[in-house]
Design a protein around this ligand. Structure first.
Ligand code: FES
Ligand SMILES: [Fe+2]
Length: 356
């Protein structure tokens, strides 16, 4: 019988501090980009659980606990052999469901050891690798967050990786509190937000802000606004941000959509992917061109917003990590909050972690 070793601190205490809250394991989490996994095994971690990913000979991804059943070393040090993963130490080979399938030095009178490590449901969708770390019988009934813009020819994507030494609640609160545009003033991301409305249920919180945007992608050359400040002009645009547990989605007017796919690693480490899409919907002439050419434009412009995105991430991570450090130094110190969206965000985080 398999035993998953994922810890959920929230299960044990009545009222866990929000900064030490566990996660709802019965969700799909992004652990890597598709392109990160090629011909070598890849080690990832989702909420204390070390997992090794490897592709079989057909390119299909398998996810096993990153622990050889022989001597407990990491399988991710090993190699892929056909459809099996081979441990670096004594060369035992395990199959996709974590059973020992081959041992080269097995004597004639010996049988393969009857050991099995955990395997995890895994999917490859919208350019990312998604893991379901919880009860695998529930995996098919839970939807992954869809990113229709990833494959759509009218959207140009940029991806930035967020690595922060902080609890994921600090990151989500940063993403939901658009008043922190103040921090990004020099990057001109958005301006003058005012929280307009707030909706929530057991799966999501959506905050609608009235704000101003510097960018308008209504002429083909307006993509160059992403590179040149002098081409930008402030104009009103609605800014909607949603915490769709455990991920985040936002739209700024008609031209921009941003996702943050979150992978909580531990109480003090979070990995996430910020994906920015610039819309080309305004250019109807472009849509009449052959698909191969539109794909060429989409692919050649990939990363157009990289400088902006990396700059935003750098500024945010600095603040988030300082919040974490301040919490570690004095967890009793009270913070003051003016944005009611954050009360809803904490409520959702708690109910997902504790009442799943
Ligand atoms: S520890 Fe993996 S084969 Fe021995
Ligand atoms: Fe930010």
């Amino acid at each position: 019988m398999q035993h998953k070793t994922l810890k959920s601190p929230s299960q044990s205490t009545e009222k866990t501090h929000i900064r030490q809250l566990g996660i709802n394991l019965n969700q799909w989490y992004t652990v890597a980009r598709s392109t990160d996994l090629t011909t070598e095994p890849l080690a990832v971690v989702i909420w204390h659980q070390a997992i090794v990913l490897f592709r079989d000979s057909a390119g299909k991804i398998n996810a096993l606990e990153d622990r050889c059943p022989h001597r407990q070393v990491k399988l991710s040090h090993g190699k892929i052999k056909g459809d099996l993963i081979e441990c670096a130490y004594h060369g035992w080979r395990l199959n996709a469901i974590g059973e020992c399938a081959e041992v080269d030095y097995l004597a004639e009178n010996q049988k393969l050891p009857n050991c099995k490590i955990c395997s995890f449901p895994v999917k490859e969708q919208s350019g990312f690798i998604w893991i379901f770390p919880g009860d695998e019988t529930k995996a098919e009934a839970i939807n992954l967050l869809s990113l229709p813009e990833w494959d759509h020819l009218n959207y140009i994507a940029t991806v930035a990786v967020i690595e922060c030494q902080a609890h994921h609640s600090f990151l989500i609160e940063n993403l939901m509190d658009m008043y922190h545009g103040h921090l990004h003033e020099d990057l001109q991301a958005w301006a003058n937000p005012v929280l307009d409305s707030l909706t929530e249920d057991e799966h999501h919180v959506t905050a609608l802000y009235q704000a101003e945007s510097y960018y308008k992608i209504d002429k083909i050359w307006s993509i160059s606004q992403l590179f040149f400040k002098s081409l930008r002009q402030l104009h009103p645009e609605p800014l909607e941000v949603s915490y769709v547990y455990p991920h985040w989605v936002s739209t700024l007017g008609n031209d921009f959509k941003i996702y943050c796919l979150v992978c909580p690693v531990s109480e003090m480490a979070t990995r996430a992917y910020l994906i920015h899409f610039t819309s080309l919907n305004a250019f109807w002439r472009l849509h009449k061109l052959p698909v191969w050419f539109r794909r060429f434009i989409k692919d050649s412009c990939f990363g157009a917003a990289q400088k902006l995105l990396d700059g935003l991430v750098r500024q945010d991570v600095l603040m988030i990590e300082e919040e974490q450090q301040a919490f570690l130094q004095n967890s009793e110190r009270k913070s003051y909050e003016l944005n009611r969206a954050l009360v809803s965000v904490q409520r959702l985080m708690r109910s997902q972690a504790e009442n799943r």
